[in-house]
Design a protein around this ligand. Structure first.
Ligand code: AR6
Length: 176
């Protein structure tokens, strides 16, 4: 499913983000940039040790912020590592922090003159964010960015399983 917003094509697809050939893929990392399970583990496995070496140099990333490394052995030239919030009931500023994780990743892409970027569903795995709320925040943030932006041509949301895809697709239909 896809829709052009201003000059940016927003695409939802089921799949494995490590196979994306966009300029950058986004990693759902932790604050220590230490690697882990889920999409983080998959990206470091597929990208090889160069990415972790750069992460160690950078040292860390606060929740809601983002940093960039090269893509190692991945097809994508860069990995943008962002840290989504751990969902603790919704009273710890989680929504703002999740929006910020998407927005800061898009800003880094723009600063590096990247034209295409692929996102996973940040915080919806180990960090337990309810998928419908996460989908709403992810999509509204990307749509708002596309409305104000002329640089990024393609934003892809790569959803790992069909349940998450379905939730994102339902939310997207409401927003466009
Ligand atoms: N491609 C796309 N999406 C994926 C892939 C993949 N290869 N693998 C998993 N997902 P999670 P979080 C989906 O847990 O919730 C790590 O240990 C998955 O189905 O990867 O932000 C980090 O080091 C889910 O929908 O990230 C942190 O400590 C989504 O990606 C912590 O987990 C996010 O799930 C971050 O937790």
């Amino acid at each position: 499913m896809e829709e052009k917003i201003n000059e940016t094509l927003i695409v939802l697809a089921c799949g494995d983000i490590t196979e994306e050939s966009t300029d950058a893929i986004v990693n759902a990392a932790n604050e220590r940039l230490a690697g882990g399970a889920g999409v983080d583990g998959a990206i470091h496995r597929a990208g090889g040790p160069a990415i972790m070496a750069e992460c160690r140099q950078i040292g860390g990333c606060p929740t809601g912020q983002a940093v960039i490394t090269t893509g190692g052995n991945l097809k994508a030239k860069y990995v943008i590592h962002t840290v989504g919030p751990i969902h603790r009931g919704g009273t710890k500023n989680e929504a703002k922090l999740l929006q910020s994780a998407y927005r800061e990743s898009l800003k880094i892409a723009l600063q590096n003159n990247l034209q295409s970027i692929s996102f996973p569903a940040i915080s919806t795995g180990v960090y337990s964010y309810p998928i419908d709320e996460a989908a709403h925040l992810a999509l509204t943030t990307c749509i708002d960015f596309a409305r104000g932006n002329t640089g990024i041509k393609v934003i892809r949301h790569i959803l790992f399983d069909s349940r998450v895809y379905k939730t994102f697709a339902e939310e997207f239909k409401k927003l466009i």
